[in-house]
Ligand binder design. Structure first.
Ligand code: F6R
Length: 241
């Protein structure tokens, strides 16, 4: 595992975007596993800049997002589909045919998970961008006695609802369930890029990177992956380095 200590959030974003840009330059038809949430926003801004400067081209890139809230359609501004358009896809030349996000409005959860499993099976992920939840979740793989290998419908943990309510008007509006890529699918990515910023992530990042490997901290499984790059700022890495 490589750990890059960045000065601050902007520096995290700069390094993470450089890594993703290098991936796209070296393999223009890369499959990018993408994340939402607050942390990757700066990374996406930097990628847009690199695209505008002519440094990278997304025309052959496939995007596969980690997760989506259930009950929100893609035009709802709280959906992850909307987030991705608003923070990245609308500003780059990605082909929307190559964009994949679970359908939060799917009526048949089993069928939707099977569909997403097929998408991932057909498009092996070259690099998976991850944030880390306050409880150690990656994607929406929440702490539990067992973790799922493949895409599944998940009940969000109270800590996740609490953390994500900042994006909604109030806590009641946070969807209670979601679709997420499974742990096995994340672990199958060729390379993993984990970004974290701020003192609020210091405890959980330390547990994930240095603590025991346990289903109670899903991100701790990353210790078993052969090619993980962690890019985090000094505040988030305070207890790790
Ligand atoms: C988002 C996702 C989540 C977030 C995590 C951290 O697609 O899968 O695991 O990465 O909740 O979110 P932020 O970056 O908002 O702290």
């Amino acid at each position: 595992m490589k750990i890059y200590k960045a000065r601050d959030y902007d520096h995290v974003s700069q390094i993470a975007a450089n890594i993703l840009a290098a991936q796209i330059i070296l393999k223009p038809d890369s499959v990018l596993g993408l994340a939402t949430g607050g942390t990757p926003v700066g990374t996406y801004k930097q990628l847009i800049e690199k695209y505008k400067n002519g440094d990278i081209c997304f025309s052959q890139v496939t995007a596969i997002n980690l997760d989506e809230y259930c009950g929100l359609d893609s035009d709802n501004d709280q959906s992850y589909a909307y987030f991705m358009r608003d923070n990245l896809f609308n500003y780059i030349n990605i082909n929307f045919y190559y964009v994949n996000i679970p359908n939060g409005m799917a009526k048949d959860a089993k069928a939707e998970c099977e569909r997403y499993n097929e998408v991932i099976a057909k498009n092996p992920i070259d690099i998976q961008l991850l944030g880390i939840g306050p409880n150690g979740h990656i994607g929406f793989n929440e702490p539990a006695s067992e973790l799922s290998a493949t895409s599944h419908h998940v009940e969000l943990a109270p800590a996740t609802i609490e953390a994500n309510k900042r994006f909604f008007e109030n806590e009641e509006q946070v969807p209670r369930t979601a679709y997420t890529m499974g742990m096995g699918q994340i672990m199958h990515a060729q390379k993993i890029l984990l970004v974290a910023s701020g003192a609020g992530k210091a405890d959980i990042l330390c547990q994930a990177l240095k603590g025991p490997i346990t289903t109670r901290v899903p991100a701790s499984f990353l210790q078993m992956h052969g090619d993980v790059v962690v890019v985090a700022d000094e505040a988030a890495l305070r207890k790790v380095l």
